[in-house]
Design a protein around this ligand. Structure first.
Ligand code: FES
Length: 69
């Protein structure tokens, strides 16, 4: 698993996103199915506004959206 800080992702209100939790995705921070042989699964995120989120990559995994700031 790759240790990343966070990655910005522009989201659109009302749209759902599947955020990578395994760190293997070629489309990081979005899941591309590369987690298949791991114990990880993507976290679904529903955008409530048009804005930019910070997807956590610090291996904390308490939340997919970074709250370190
Ligand atoms: S590719 Fe990482 S959770 Fe799906």
């Amino acid at each position: 698993m790759e240790n990343k800080r966070f990655t910005k992702l522009d989201v659109v209100s009302g749209k759902s996103y599947f955020l990578c939790q395994c760190g293997r995705s070629e489309k990081y921070p979005l899941c591309d199915g590369s987690h298949k042989d791991t114990s990880f699964s993507p976290e679904k995120y529903l955008a409530t506004a048009d804005f930019s989120i910070s997807v956590c990559g610090c291996n904390d995994y308490k939340t997919a959206v970074c709250d370190c700031a």
